[in-house]
Design a protein around this ligand. Structure first.
Ligand code: ADP
Ligand code: MG
Length: 382
């Protein structure tokens, strides 16, 4: 991909630009905790978007997408969002920078990548992050990485219509090879933990299904949590989110709650605790415990929070019974998408074969297998 970009750039613009990259991400544990102001544990991956760019001194943005094989051009101060979705991300990042008083100049660019689209690896955050990082560096705009992450997040909110949290952009910008990042979604403080399970690797199995329930159910989950919080807030002053709620409070006022509110809240509080426990396990190199927490996360998502689906349960359950799997769980919003699996190197091929065979037998299609390692965040190359 890097070579293709270099070659195209040279051919289009007659000379080299500067090459930047920013990766996709996985989330090891901590699901549906972000909007409840809890903890997540993402890491950047070795799949990324690459962008070569050079100022053109003419207040025009001219970018070629290798993967869509098309060029879009717009004025740097244009009030009109480009029609192409991929270009809207670039436009949005520029607008968000301008809102914050920065003055990026016009530029020529070529970009492409190998983050699978829409598989839950956040190709969109990789795109926003590489654009933000490259413009910031090229035009000396003075944003720090957290500000760039917010610029990416607000691009999704204001120009794409996706009201996402900050985890994806954060992971793309802050990732470190062999490390995962415990992000506190309340304070936005983070801690770095080693993630190098010797003799094991991480792989994703894409169920290739996407049930349409996701957005309506998401709103229901938020409402259930709010209802639970409201019950407790009547008794305990200062309770604003599930982050403030302890297991003791939940039990004490359980009788006043609908069973479903209780279950949803119990999941979130448990999942936050699992993230903290999983990180403690990483500190002592105890990957067995880490993997157990992943299985626990899946159980909670499936039975308490109820955002899984038969296909994801099938993949997670089958992985759990497979000798050589440390941990596995569904990853992302749910109702489809991927499972994330930590599998012994020596069992990798047998695991993939068996999972593909069994899934195909049950659902008529093989899952897409995505191998990956935990890599670095946004940077300029060479
Ligand atoms: P994801 O879960 O991968 O972030 P999204 O639907 O949020 O899925 O984002 C995918 C969108 O991001 C694509 O439709 C496209 O507009 C943009 N995008 C991602 N990767 C690329 C790429 N390699 N080239 C061009 N656009 C891309
Ligand atoms: Mg996205």
């Amino acid at each position: 991909m890097k070579t293709t970009i270099r070659t195209k750039f040279e051919a289009f613009y007659g000379g080299p630009g500067a090459l930047y990259t920013s990766p996709g991400r996985v989330n090891l544990i901590g699901e549906h905790t972000d909007y409840n102001l809890g903890f997540v544990l993402p890491g950047a991956i070795d799949k990324a978007i690459y962008l070569e760019l050079k100022p053109n001194n003419r207040d025009q943005v001219r970018v070629y997408s290798v993967d869509y094989n098309e060029t879009v051009e717009f004025g740097i101060d244009s009030a009109e969002k480009p029609e192409q979705q991929w270009a809207a991300y670039i436009y949005g990042v520029i607008k968000e920078m301008q809102k914050r008083g920065a003055v990026p100049g016009g530029f020529d660019g070529v970009f492409g990548g190998d983050v699978p689209l829409g598989a839950g690896l956040s190709s969109s955050a990789a795109l926003e992050s590489v654009v933000g990082f490259a413009l910031n560096d090229t035009f000396d705009l003075g944003f720090d990485r957290m500000q760039l992450a917010k610029i990416g997040q607000m691009t999704e909110h204001n120009y794409i219509g996706v009201r996402c949290g900050i985890m994806d952009q954060f992971a793309s910008l802050f990732g470190q090879q062999g490390k995962v990042l415990q992000l506190d979604c309340s304070s936005l403080e983070y801690k770095v933990f080693p993630f190098e399970p010797q003799g094991y690797r991480v792989l994703l199995l894409d169920s290739q299904v996407k049930h349409s329930l996701a957005s309506s159910e998401y709103n229901l989950r938020r409402a259930d949590a709010e209802a639970g919080i409201a019950v407790i807030a009547k008794h305990v002053p200062g309770i604003e989110s599930l982050r403030d709620v302890t297991f003791e409070m939940l039990e004490e006022y359980r009788a006043e709650m609908e069973e479903i509110w209780y279950r949803r809240c119990h999941y979130v509080i448990s999942e936050n605790q699992r993230v903290l426990d999983a990180c403690q396990a990483l500190e002592s190199g105890d990957y067995e415990t880490f993997g157990q927490k992943m299985f626990g996360s899946h159980d909670g998502l499936s039975k308490e929070y109820e955002v899984s689906c038969p296909e994801l349960d099938f993949l997670a359950e089958k992985a759990r019974r497979f000798d050589g799997v440390l941990g596995a769980r569904m990853m992302g919003g749910g109702f489809g998408g991927c499972t994330i699996n930590v599998v012994r190197d020596s069992e990798h091929d047998a695991f993939v074969d068996e999972m593909c065979r069994a899934y195909k037998q049950a659902y008529g299609i093989a899952p897409r297998v995505i191998d990956m390692v935990i890599g670095d965040g946004a940077c300029r190359l060479e």
